[in-house]
Design a protein around this ligand. Structure first.
Ligand code: NAG
Length: 245
């Protein structure tokens, strides 16, 4: 019984006392005249870890990013549904601009995503040149030279001991895509000339296609980034993350 009590006490004490800041977190000083640059370097330092996540801190892997079903209702007379969608390349971003308003903890970040490679399975139906199109198979979408505008709002809250912690209250990411290509493989069970035709018809309407999948991608990425940000900052005291001297 005593041993159990000791164990419970030990767990409680280690739970309430803040953890030491790990090496992967480069902390910044509030008074740093170039705070945006410090935070930007801190993100860059962290970025390689996002690929697989950090199990010890509950930080999930960003690669691959899983999307729910995508449905594109009109791409040149064809309706395309995508399933088991995996997005690769989200961790391969570069921060090109960052600004911070400390009083409200508003952070705006501009990132570049050179290549997003999306794979999954599709089913398609519709008509092309008056011919019926029905098929399914592996799907690929490549998006190149994407830019992301990320707006984050932080929140300071007190834990049960009155110690301040930081959390991410809002994360909003908007993407613009440089160029892209869709490929539906094994249409009609084989790669024939008609399959090539269907692919070129869809790619002719790539803008329509993109307009429908972009919000889903933005939502999934915003959610993933918010979750990751919270897992990273919440265990530590606000004063540990943004030093006061
Ligand atoms: C998409 O990108 C991947 C990885 O860069 C490449 O292997 C694949 O061939 C590309 N697919 C298309 C349809 O361009």
């Amino acid at each position: 019984m005593v041993t159990l009590m000791k164990a419970v006490l030990f767990v409680m004490v280690s739970f309430v006392s803040a953890r030491d800041v790990p090496d992967f977190l480069k902390v910044c000083k509030r008074q740093d005249p170039d705070l945006p640059n410090c935070v930007s370097e801190s993100i860059d330092h962290l970025r390689p870890l996002l690929v697989d996540g950090v199990a010890e801190y509950g930080i999930p892997a960003l690669e691959p990013l899983l999307l729910h079903e995508i449905v594109v209702s009109q791409a040149g007379g064809l309706k395309i549904a995508g399933n088991n969608i995996k997005v690769h390349g989200c961790s391969n971003f570069a921060v090109t601009h960052l600004s911070i308003e400390l009083s409200t903890i508003d952070v705006e970040v501009t990132i570049e995503l050179p290549n997003l490679w999306i794979e999954g399975t599709y089913s398609v139906e519709g008509k092309l040149l008056l011919l019926p199109v029905v098929g399914s198979g592996p799907l690929q979408i490549n998006l190149t030279l994407c830019k992301g505008e990320v707006k984050m709002r932080g929140n300071v809250f007190k834990d049960d001991n009155g110690v301040e912690h930081l959390s991410c209250a809002e994360m909003d990411l908007k993407i613009s895509v440089g160029s892209g290509v869709v490929r539906l493989d094994h249409l009609l069970g084989k790669d024939d000339a008609f399959g090539v035709l269907v692919n070129s018809a869809i790619n002719k309407h790539f803008d329509t296609f993109l307009k429908e999948i972009k919000p889903l991608l933005e939502e999934a990425l915003s959610e993933a980034f918010k979750d990751i940000a919270n897992k990273i900052v919440e265990p530590f005291n606000y004063a540990q993350l943004l030093l006061n001297d």
